[in-house]
Design a protein around this ligand. Sequence first.
Ligand SMILES: [Zn+2]
Length: 481
Amino acid sequence: MRREWESVIGLEVHLQLKTGTKVWCGCSADYDNDDPNTHTCPICLGHPGALPKLNKKVVEYAIKAALALNCNINNVSGFDRKNYFYPDTPKNYQITQFEKPYCEKGHLDVKLNSGREFRVGITRIQIEEDAGKSIHTEHESLINFNRASMPLLEIISDPDLRSSEEAYEYLNLLKSTIKYTGISDVSMELGSLRCDANISVREKGAEKFGTRVEVKNLNSFKAVARAIDYEIGRQIETIENGGSIDQETRLWDDEVQITRVMRSKEEAMDYRYFSEPDLPRLVIKNEEIERVKAIMPESKVEKMGRFVNDYELPEYDAHILCEEIELADYFEAVAKITNNPKLTSNWIMTEVLRNLKENGKTIEEFSISPEDLGKIINLIISNVISSKIAKELFEIKLTDDRDPEVIVKEKGMVQVADVNAIEDMVKEVLENNSKMVEDYHNSDEGRRPRVLKGLIGQVMKLSKGKANPQMVTDLITKKLS
Ligand SMILES: [Zn+2]
């Protein structure tokens, strides 16, 4: 009989906080375009005698994360030293929270595409510091300490995930939830979000967890999902072939799509943790938690509610528009210009999202600015162009950054709303389609609208899509009766 297996997955996510300055010193965190080792000082370089001082903003951002992820905040916690030697760690230890983190026992409720919902527990979140960066070239190894002592939050989930799909959706929800708080860019590409996965398998129904393997070097959410699937397959195969799983750390090789051993349990580091003597206990008073609660940015759920109430959008629209905060911002910027939220929502949910999907782009990379989309929609509202022409204009605008009104004038896209001109076209169509006209008069009420639609279509075709559809409809109906 085939044995049935269940996988058990927990994720450790590191977030870099957008606090402007580092966690223990005043060095600027905005170093991306600057020369190596220009954002450093004796504190973040770990010079003897230099004392760390906790950045207040880091605590505020950490509280925001705790609130967004439904965690219990500890009024008193502390910092510990995690000792290890690595060239990019100037102090030869990392300051982290080991004994007692600032918050624990949170959760996120994740919904899968199938509609199934499940809860992922957050074991704990700890405040810690980032390391510098080693750069290895063919001839030399270089170290850049600009990133040393950048503030990080490590978010550790309970082992509640059972598949790569669940892990993928959890990460997406975690990312969008944090993005709404504004504390981090949460971008894997920029390195402000990093993820390690703990993976084990056990026989279905078993109580005890299997031996877990930690997988590092995961560069995208897709890589996380693939590495999980690979590990589950590898572990099951190993056990079914009579082998056993070693507790070890493995690296994901994205090129070959496999994991490789990085270090085994025997080689596991002994970090000799002890309480950080240079920092006082971290005290977070309830008043401070209340203060941060009051300044928390709108959450996704709150925004969806506002879109339904203030813009009178259907819940379906609000749900899609608020999926990513950038898309919600884009919608609000366009709606402000058009004063027509529903028409704006329709355009974003169809044309804009279709285009993004086709090109694998995000709304931040979209070529049409909110101002220009607002202008296109306003041209429809003010009857200058028809919806059909507006779609053509939209296509042109994707690669043409001139003002939509300039393009409309240049390409002669202006809608024909001149009664005499439309009347002439209606006349021509009715004369040339006598059979359809006859059909219209001989049809019953059920069939008539269809014949009418055909005739309207002929006029629109004759006008190259530029006739005002409402005027065409009114004039044809009048002529036929
Ligand atoms: Zn510094």
